[in-house]
Structures are given as C-alpha cells and as structure tokens.
Design a protein around this ligand. Structure first.
Ligand code: 13P
Length: 249
C-alpha cells in the first residue's frame, strides 16, 4: 500500500500572509494539502479553497454536539461549514490547556463517528525524552487516544510531534523521527492489526522547513508533515509542497 503524502499547515492563533497562491499553485498535486486556520476564519478560508485541491481542517473541537460549553465548537458546527479534517490532542491543547488522553479519546471517537479525517497528535516532552521514557509516553498516548475505535481506522491520521521540537527550530533528526514513526506503526499494529498499521498515515511535526522536509519525508514511515511556523508564509509552504511532491513521485 502506498500512503499518499499529506502536507498540513497548522496556523495556530495566526493567519497566513496570503492563501490564494497556495490554491493557485496546487491544482494537480499528487499529494494531499491541508490548511487549519483559527475557528473564526474557517468560513472565509472555506470560500477561498472550495473547488480547489486544498482541504480545510479545524485545530480543535469538543466531543459534545451542543450545550453549556462556553467557548467551545462542536463537530456539527464544523460539518455545517464543510470541514473534513480536525486536529485532536495537539501538544498545546495537552500542555497549555491541560487536555487529558481520555478527553482526547472522546473527541477522536466522535470525529470518526461523524466522518472526519481525524489527526491524533502524540509527542513527548524534552524531560520525558531525556529520562528515556519517551516510547512509554507515546505508547500510552496511542493506547488511550485510540481506545474503542475498533474498525474505524481508515480516517485516522497520527501526527508525531515531539514537544521539544515544536516552534524551537530543533527538528528531530530524520533517524530519530523514523525510529519513532516505526515504533508508532508497530504500536498501531498491536492495537489494530498489520493491515491498519501499514495503511495509516503518520505525519511528523516540529520545526519542519524547506531545508529539512526532504530528508524527513524520505524515511519509510514518515508520510507527511504537520507544519506550524513555516505554513504561515505562502512561499515557504508552497516550497515545502513542491519538495514533498518530488518525493512522492
Ligand atoms: P512548528 O512547525 O512551528 O514547529 O509547529 C509544529 C506544530 O506544532 C504543528 O502542529
């Protein structure tokens, strides 16, 4: 099974300088392109990318359909805007907003039930890596995050984002990233079987840029990138897409 490369931009609480060149340049790419703007801009960006190859995702969501959850957004609201992808359990949600693995799992399950392409983020902190606990941490995040999914794995995407590499300019080496991606695939095989594991896309995130994306994507188990800072300037994002497409061919 060849896994189609996915290049995803997570804008976080920022806006891109210009979306139009991304739309114009990427009509016939042999890879998937995704942008994830803040909630308030999903509608505007949706109008811009509609009928283009660029897909749209949300950066977070609540698992309940509606109710007294001030400041939250439900899957139904995202669906009504035509959103197809959602990022769940990003390290900033885990560490800044204290989201637990159990809460993240509820959101993942709901996302799959509602037919979303659901990107589950996992990643260890620097302390966990230095204490040599990083594989145990990732294993636990996967075990709980993927609990109760059973035969609904085709819409799951995993993003491995080591917390120490996010926004720091310190990318994992291709060797270390591949080691983790292979480990994640093995764990998915234990949870869901070999076929699911060989089909599932595993993205790398953490200071991905034009000058490191090629070596990362060349690794057997790295199927795309989740990009923060470098997705905010269209020239950089487009360059990364161009490099990724050459790998894909
Ligand atoms: P940076 O690319 O800015 O390190 O952010 C990565 C990230 O968190 C994407 O979700």
């Amino acid at each position: 099974m060849t896994r189609r490369i996915l290049i995803a931009g997570n804008w976080k609480m920022n806006l891109i300088d210009d979306i139009q060149p991304i739309i114009d340049n990427n009509a016939n790419r042999k890879l998937d392109i995704l942008v994830c703007p803040p909630f308030t801009h999903l509608g505007i960006v949706q109008s811009a990318v509609k009928d283009s190859a660029v897909k749209l995702g949300a950066q977070n969501v609540h698992d309940e359909d509606n109710g007294a959850f001030t400041g939250e957004i439900s899957y139904s609201f995202l669906k009504s805007l035509g959103i197809e992808y959602v990022i769940i359990g990003h390290s900033e949600r885990r560490h800044v907003f204290n989201e637990t693995d159990e809460f993240i799992n509820k959101k993942v399950r709901k996302g799959l039930k509602k037919g979303f392409q659901t990107i589950l983020c996992v990643g260890e902190t620097e302390t966990e890596r230095n204490a040599n606990r990083y594989k145990a941490v990732i294993e636990n995040q996967l075990k709980i995050g993927l609990m109760g999914i059973e035969n609904n794995f085709e819409n799951i995407i995993i993003a491995y984002e080591p917390v120490w590499a996010i926004g720091t300019g310190k990318t994992a080496t291709p060797f270390d990233a591949e080691d983790m991606h292979r480990f994640i695939r093995e764990k998915v095989a234990e949870i869901a079987g070999n076929e699911v594991a060989s089909d599932i896309r595993i993205l790398y995130g953490g200071s991905v840029k034009e000058d490191n994306v090629k070596e990362l994507l060349r690794q057997d188990n790295i199927d795309g990138a989740l990009i923060g800072g470098a997705s905010l300037k269209y020239e950089h994002f487009n360059k990364i897409i161009e490099i990724a497409e050459l790998i894909n061919i």
